[in-house]
Structures are given as C-alpha cells and as structure tokens.
Design a protein around this ligand. Structure first.
Ligand SMILES: Nc1ncnc2c1ncn2[C@@H]1O[C@H](COP(=O)(O)OP(=O)(O)O)[C@@H](O)[C@H]1O
Ligand SMILES: [Mg+2]
Length: 347
C-alpha cells in the first residue's frame, strides 16, 4: 500500500470558512451595539477563527475516520490492519472508496476460490461414494444370492463367488488408489529426490508387469538397447508408481499381442524425456484433456471390462507436478497412445 495518502482539506476548509464568517458577523454586530468606531479588528477575528476551526476540524475528522475504519477493520477484518497505520489515514473520500473497493474485490476473489474448492470437494465425495457403491452392491447381491440357496447349486456357485471376488478386488484397488492420493496430498508431496537409473527402474517395472502383459500377449520393450545407466533426479518410489501406472494402462488398453515401447531420450542439456507408447485402443481427441482428472474413465459403462479406479493417471500427474516436470499425451483412436514426461538429469 502507498505510504503517502492523499488528504482532502476542502471539507475542513469550507466548514472553517462558514464558522469564520458566522463568528465575524456576530462579533461585528455585537461591537456595533457598543458603538465601536473601527471594524479593523474584525480581520484578525476572522483569521483566527478560520485557522483555529480549520485545524480543529481537520484533526477531528481524521481521528474520526481513523477510528471508524479501525472499528470496521476489527469487525470484518476487511482491511489488513498491518498495512493500515495511523499516518496512512486518508480524508479523501475518492481514495478511501477506492481502497475499500480494492479490498472487497480481493475478498470476492477469495470467496470465489473457496466456492470452487467447496464444489470440487462435494463432487469428489460424490464420485468416491459412487465408485464404491457399484462394486459394493455387486458383491452384496452375489453374496445374498449365494446365501439364499445358490450355494447349493454347483452350476452357479463358483461363478457367483468369482464375480463377488471381482467386486472385492475392485473395491480394494479403489481404496488403495484413494489412499495413495490422500497420502500424496496430506504429505504435502515432500519428495525424496535422489540419483536414480531410469533404465533400471523400467527393467524392474517390466518384471513386475510381465505376467499381466503375458496374459494379453503384449510385449514390453525398449525402442533400442540401453547398455548404460541413465541417471535422473527423482523420488524413486513415486517415479516407480508413475512407470507402473502408465505401463499398466498400456497393457489394459493395449490390443492383444500388441507392443508397449519405452524410449528414453535426452532433451536439451538438463532434461530427459521418457516415452511410453502402445498400439492399443487409443483415446478420442476430445477426452485427452480430461483423462488426468480423478475418476475419469473414457469408458464408464464398463463394457471394456478392465478394472480400474480412474485414479491412476491423476496420481501420475500429481507426482510429475510435484517434480515440477511436464507430462504429455498424444493418442489416436484405434491406433494407440503415447504418454511422455520429463525428468531432471542427474550429474
Ligand atoms: N494407454 C492408454 N490407452 C487408451 N486409453 C487410456 C490409456 N491410458 C489411460 N487411458 C484412458 O484414461 C482413463 C484414465 O486412466 P487411469 O486414470 O489410469 O484410470 P484407470 O486405468 O483406473 O481406468 C482410462 O480409463 C482409459 O479410458
Ligand atoms: Mg490406470
């Protein structure tokens, strides 16, 4: 805030002038009754009454405004008291109005932000309960049917148990991902960065997902040989999570007997860019901006029958953001997708 405030003297000036005129007239009339010869002494009377009224009024008005504003400030904490010293008080109404307007504008923006956060929170809660409800009721349905006699029917028993188990699995990974997201947020995302070999991280991620990929006969490969380590600065555990989530997606949404290819490349002098490319179902252009949102899944009807919480990519985005890096996606429906992100090189 500006340290020097514009002061207006016109109010005190005019009021002092009225008082001076009034006092001088009264004195003049009074002395005319006494039969005074010279009225010259009225000049100092006018001057003295003008000056004294002017100073008294100016000081009192300033004090009055200061008190009022301070009270207002305490009541609504509209103005930041720290930035509002006594010497900064203004008696200029335009400046005062502008000040108040600026503060209310600021508060309005704050309220807007809070409203957005609130509606986001509501939507999030709604999504969570919706996502949990579906598999939970499914499990409940199958278990009830089994209890009501289906348990004795050899034909359906295993099928229903299998389905109930699927529902429980789904519940489990939704809760696991939710837990991950909340830990990322609560922990304020403090990263434990260290020098890691990204090639090695991919090798262990390939191993971890080998079985899953084999089920769809998908090959997990590098675009070329990486005989030497490539060191980056990153939080190992979190980046591992990024790699597994992206590779997991490339398998889930990859076509049978397809390929997931990983490339690691230098980008400018201090960055490395990692690309994970599949030749799977791809993503419609209009959805590309939304897939990093929580719970967003392209196919919500479940006809694709692949399990998922819709939280995987939002976890990925979270982690990459925390590293102050960028993630990109390119995709073409029916042809495949490429997810790429940058990392900082380590010496
Ligand atoms: N490699 C991919 N190919 C095609 N679609 C993908 C790919 N990765 C993600 N998607 C789409 O983005 C959505 C969000 O992904 P994600 O957050 O990992 O959730 P989930 O895998 O649990 O469904 C997926 O449901 C899918 O529709
Ligand atoms: Mg996923």
């Amino acid at each position: 805030m500006a340290s020097h405030q514009k002061r207006s003297y016109s109010f005190a000036g005019f009021t002092a002038l009225y008082i001076a005129v009034f006092l001088t007239l009264i004195t003049g009339v009074f002395f005319s009754f006494l039969g005074t010869v010279s009225y010259l002494f009225l000049i100092p009377v006018a001057l003295i009454s003008f000056l004294s009224s002017f100073f008294i009024i100016q000081i009192r008005v300033e004090k009055f405004i200061y008190k009022k504003i301070n009270k207002l400030n305490k009541e609504v904490s509209l103005l930041e008291s720290a930035s509002f010293g006594r010497d900064q008080i203004t008696t200029d109404m335009d400046t005062l109005t502008k000040q108040v307007r600026r503060f209310t504008q600021h508060k309005k923006l704050e309220i807007e932000a809070l409203k957005i956060r609130e509606s986001y929170r509501k939507e999030f809660l709604g999504n969570v309960s919706h996502e949990l409800k579906t598999p939970l009721f499914m499990v409940q349905g199958y278990v009830e049917t089994l209890l009501n006699g289906a348990l004795d029917d050899e034909n359906v028993r295993d099928k229903y148990l299998e389905r109930a188990n699927k529902g429980i699995e789904r519940l489990a990974y939704i809760v696991k991902d939710l837990d991950m997201i909340s830990r990322l947020e609560v922990g304020g995302l403090t990263l434990d960065k260290e020098k890691v070999d990204i090639v090695e991280l991919f090798n262990s991620a390939f191993e971890l997902l080998e079985m899953k990929a084999a089920k769809k006969n998908i090959s997990l490969v590098f675009d070329k040989d990486y005989p030497d380590p490539i060191y980056v600065n990153a939080d190992v555990e979190r980046i591992q999570q990024v790699l597994t989530n992206l590779l997991d997606n490339s398998i889930k949404y990859g076509k049978k007997a397809g390929t997931t290819e990983v490339s690691i490349e230098g980008l400018m002098k201090d960055k490395t860019i990692v690309r994970i490319t599949d030749n799977g179902v791809g993503i419609e252009q209009s959805y590309l901006t939304r897939i990093f949102e929580r719970f967003f899944r392209v196919d919500k009807t479940g006809s694709r029958k692949v399990g998922g919480s819709g939280l995987g990519l939002s976890i990925v985005k979270h982690i990459i953001d925390a590293h102050s890096e960028k993630i990109y996606v390119e995709s073409q429906l029916g042809i495949g997708s490429e997810f790429s992100f940058t990392l900082e090189n380590a010496e």
